[in-house]
Design a protein around this ligand. Sequence first.
Ligand code: B12
Length: 353
Amino acid sequence: MSITHEAGIVLNRDRLVLAAAVADRIVEKDDAVTGGVPVSRETIHGYALHDLSKLLVAVIADRPALFQAYVEWQRSVNFHRDIPSTVLHNRLDVLSDVLNAHMDEDTFAEVAPVLEAGRQILSHEMTPTVPYLTPSNPLLSLANRYLQLSLAQHYDEAMRSILRAVEDGIPVTEAYIRIIQPVQQELGRLWQMNQVTVPQEHAVTETSRSLMALLRGRYRPPSRHNTTVLIACLGGELHDLGARMVSDFLYLEGFHSIFTGANTPHHQIIDEVRTSGASVVALSTTMSLHVHLVIDLIDRIRDVFGRKITIMVGGYAFNQHANLWKDVGADAYAKSADAAVSVMQDVTASLSA
Ligand code: B12
């Protein structure tokens, strides 16, 4: 899939101008749109850019549900911060007006139903967030303790509690999937609900990152596979912990995994594939606003290497929307790090067949 819809082209090309126009209109309208909450033009510009990026992805993937999910999330964030519901309502109205004025009739007709689907969400009852630490998790009490200790700034004690459990026999992979992963997800939910601050969220995440390094360092994986996999997050994507988890799982299984982390530039990925001899490229995307970058990169990889490279995608954005991985043109997708190992085993088997 590439950006073919005229609306997608305009949204992509004119994003900055459109966001500026939205911000100007909102600043002009002042209280009527910000609900009396003092917000800087720069902040509004950032929100508008976010709205436009989400709209772009929904338009090019022909999936209004992507925009709806975003509106629902934004609504929940605002609700938990006592921001009046009119703020989001009005922002969507202004966005619609600005796009209508900027686009010709046919182009706007491609965007209007997606915007409308987003608006409709606001007339439904809000969906409550669902906890990630639940009794179905056999390591629930360890996970809860790890989260509470980290939030209370007892970072070393938090890590030690998990390292001890691993010494006592819990597999490293279980510690990743049943403790670190749901703790991180719950942390996000608590942030969304305004129950933890951004510094708390950063500090817990740093603890998880250190813990993963300690866990991984304890194991010497078997040297079993010749397959090299390159794992990266694109563009402005800063969420790299999940990708790192995938890389660690593949490493523990004996794959040669090259993890380039957050924010990796496109052309460098192409160069790295060439020099490393990677036969699999694994792309991680959390924010759906970066999905169009995945589409771009897949097109470029196909142009340069044809079908020789297997492209696997994953991450929060793909987990939220079934089959989005197919829309972007990937060969494979896995929901989690353990599932990524199975997919890689299948890929390796088919490469050597
Ligand atoms: C930590 C965190 C951050 C950190 C990231 C640090 C880091 N180095 O990763 C920082 C502070 C940078 C951050 C920033 C932001 N964040 Co944040 N963040 C999170 C949080 C709390 C945890 C992420 C995490 O560690 N998850 C745990 C891992 C293990 O899960 P995972 O990423 O899904 O990975 C697994 C699978 O998806 C899969 N997988 C992942 N990659 C791949 C790749 C392949 C190829 C395969 C096969 C599989 C696969 O395997 C992994 C392991 O099983 C999430 C909450 C959440 N639910 O994830 C929010 C969350 C993702 N963030 C969110 C937001 C909004 C933001 C910001 C926009 C906030 C802001 N206002 O600035 C920025 C955007 C930054 C950017 N440009 O990318 C929202 C996104 C909401 C949405 N609807 O899109 C979330 C969901 C929080 C929330 N509940 O509101 N964030």
